[in-house]
Each structure stands twice: as C-alpha cells, then as structure tokens.
Design a protein around this ligand. Sequence first.
Ligand code: KIV
Ligand code: ZN
Length: 520
Amino acid sequence: MTQSEKTASEEGRVIIFDTTLRDGEQSPGATMSHDEKLEIAELLDDMGVDIIEAGFPIASEGDFEAVRDIANRSKNAVICGLARSSIKDIDRAGEALKGARQSRIHTFISTSPLHMKYKLKMEPAAVLEAIEASVSRARSHTDNVQWSPEDGTRTEHDFLCRSVETAIKAGATTINIPDTVGYTVPNESADLIRMLLERVPGADEVIFATHCHNDLGMATANALAAVAAGARQIECTINGLGERAGNAALEEVVMAMRVRNDVMPWHTGVDSTKIMNLSRRVSAVTGFPVQYNKAIVGKNAFAHESGIHQDGMLKHAGTYEIMRPEDIGLTETNLVMGKHSGRAALRSKLENLGYELGENQLKDVFVRFKELADRKKEVYDEDLIALMSADSSDTDHIQVKFLRVICGTEAPQSADLTLVVDGESHQVTATGDGPVDAVFNAIKMVFPHEARLALYQVHAVTGGTDAQATVSVRMEEDGKIVTGQSSDTDTVVASAKAYVSALNNLIVRRQKTAPGAAKH
Ligand code: KIV
Ligand code: ZN
C-alpha cells in the first residue's frame, strides 16, 4: 500500500494534491523561478499537503531541474511529475523523481471524442493501447502511478469506463478525472464519479481524484461534489491559480470541509493556519495579485465595512464571520507598528506573520523597517510583508545608489541614476517615454543585456497616498525566466530596484548555467 493509499483509507480523509507548481505555473504569465519553486514546495510540504505536483519534467530543462530538486528536498509530501503518454515523457519524469522519498508519476491522455479526433488524431483503440503502455511504463519507475483521461468530463461514459479499467489493469493506483475545460456542474461531477465506482471493475482498489477547472466558477463546488460521491483526492492550487480561469482553490476546498464539516464530514492533513502565508508568497512570486473579494484569502474576506455589520461584529464575531481569521493564519490587520516600535515588537509581529528570523536577518530587516517608518507614519502588516518579500542584499552584483527623476507634462522624462556594479560606481542620465521607461533605459545603459521584459506590474500595498508600491518585474533570456520584486513609497524607486533585482537574479542564473559568463 502506498502512503497515499494508507492516508485515504483513514475514515473521511481527503488527500490534497497541490498542482500550483504545475497547472498553476501553466497560467499565462505565472512563471516562477527555480528558487521560487523550491520555496513554494517547501511551504506546501510544511503545510501538510499530501502530494505536490512539482512540474512537467519533459517540458523544459528548467522544469526537469525544478522537479528533481524539489524531489531531493522533499520531507513528508509525495512528489509528483506529470508526463504525457509517451515513453520519453515518462522516463524523464521517472529520472527527475529518483531522489524523492516518495514519488508519483502522473500520466495522461485525452479520451473525449473531440480531443481524440482533432488533438491526438488517434482512434479510440490506439488510445487504449497508449493507456496500457504508458501506465505500465510508469509502474516500472514507481508503484505510485496516477492516470488521467484529459477532458474526462466530456468523454463518452462507455469509453471512459473502458479507459479507466485499462489504466487500473495496467497498474494505476489513482484515477484522476479532470474537468479540463471547466464544463461540468456539481451534480454531474458527483454522478460521474458514482458511475465509475459502480461500473468499472477494480474501481474499489484505487483512489478516485477530481481535478476541476474554474471556467464557469464552479471548480470548488464540483470538486466537493465529487468527494461526496466517493472521490478521495482533490487536485487544487493556491489562490486557484491555473490554466485559463484556474483550478479549484486549495484554501476554498480545505476551509469548506472544515467550516461545513456538519454536511461535508471529511478532513485533510492541511494546517490551515499556514494558508495566508502561502497565498501571499504565491501571489508575490507569480506577480498575480489576489482578487480583493477572493474567498478565504482576499483582502476583504474578513473586512466588515457597513455600520450594521461592524455593530454586529462588536457584539459577537459569529454574527458575520463563519470562520476565524486566525484559522487561516491571518492576524490583526489594523495599524501595528510605527517608528517608535522596537526590535522585539518587530520580531514578534513578523513571527505572527509566519517569518522566523535569525539575529542577523532581524538586524537587517529592522534597519529597513526604521527607514520605512521614518517615511511612512503607519506601518501595516502588508507593509511588513512587502518588506520581507523585497529581494535585495548587500552581496548583490548591482545596487541602486542614487536616483532622481524629472517627470511631468513636458516630455521627455529623464532619470539621473547611479548604480554600483561589483563595487564600481556608474553614473548615467537617460530619457524615456515616462519616468519608469527613463529609469529602465538608464539601467540598461549601465548594464546592457538582451533579456526581454516579460512583465512589469505595480500594486499598492495598502490604501492612502503614502502607500508603498510593490513592483514585480519578470525578464526572459534564452527561454529562462527571472523575476525581481521591490517595494517603496516611491513607485519609481521601487521600479528601479525591482528591475535591478531581476538583473541580479539573471546574473546568478547565468553563473549557474555558464560559469564565467555572468558579466554583460
Ligand atoms: O486539466 C487537465 O486536464 C490537466 C491534466 C493534465 C490532468 O491538467
Ligand atoms: Zn488542469
């Protein structure tokens, strides 16, 4: 019996299969760097996710390396790699997963008439043969094999039953039914699982999983309906990230089962108090802001604006709150710190926000906190999180020393910039189409490069005109992605630092792939 089979055999236990790093990362624009993937995987493992789908090893060298390194560092979670039905894909996944304490290969092929005819250009009989061959091959690498019929919810039932039966006979231990295009509805999702459990020989020997996309906004409801019908694994992502409209959100399925355990008597191994921190980190590294009114993790999910609601909340929190903010790891969001706050208060506040700091790290953050508190009277939790997410250090190759920008109604806008590159100061002036363009042109004059700016994104950390802006920059060079992020009360300064941070990450990446080739 594999670990996940043992887990599922526990009464009412639902396996949480997180695919933030695979399906989530497939969201257009949500690419994460190697180190960011490792960090998210570690947080997911610590949170108690049962299975982490770490990537699609055949897709690129970067994906392979990420799955391999996540596998090598895994603690409790099973690490999974995705593979199409080809032998090459499966062997590559097997290779990447070799170092995992527990591994799973997830192989899939389309089974709907539309996909078989137009995408695969394969006859149903050939698809059945491919299922048999791919699952058997995956079993030669690991005894934990998951098989998925892509576009499963639009597959004819007879053929779906034959496909699932073939996969089980070939050795699949988990059968995942994807609603690839987010087309199904809750009662249909439940009926499909029930039908498979009733009709497929050997169905009681495997775990059924559900993988729902959110195109019609029903992913969470469809996933929970599948569980009600007997599925025991939910595939989901942090913040509901994923292809197109995304996947079922981990925070939603976990909290729904917890809050409405009276009608959904199932539980997971997830420590829900870690949800908020993960949501923030995933948002920070992908540059995908969380919708304000997003269930569970949205900024407004626990905010009470109207007088009637505030009055009710003061009398009894249960009047308008169905779960406690601390259940998802959310601490008080009111004003917390100011320029008179000391180091101990900062440490305690950061610990509440989920950051464990060593003495040196705390010293460094405290200096930056004081600088911020001097400029900004009110320092909120969100400001501290932004401070922690900003990636810069004294050991960076490039550092921003001075910046002055002239902007306004009269073009051209210009930037005077001093950058220190490996200890040497460079002063330049550049113009551009707007202040940020001028600054980026100035940086490029000092550090010429061919990397493409793939994303430039700004968001205000809190309200108010003195709010910090968090800027995310993503750059692409030779198919490799690097990101940078910085926050400042001055949006243009944050932009310069985020761009420089991405360049520093680019230098590190170049050093890793071609030692000695780091400079320019
Ligand atoms: O949505 C989908 O069909 C998938 C499969 C690879 C499981 O992500
Ligand atoms: Zn998917």
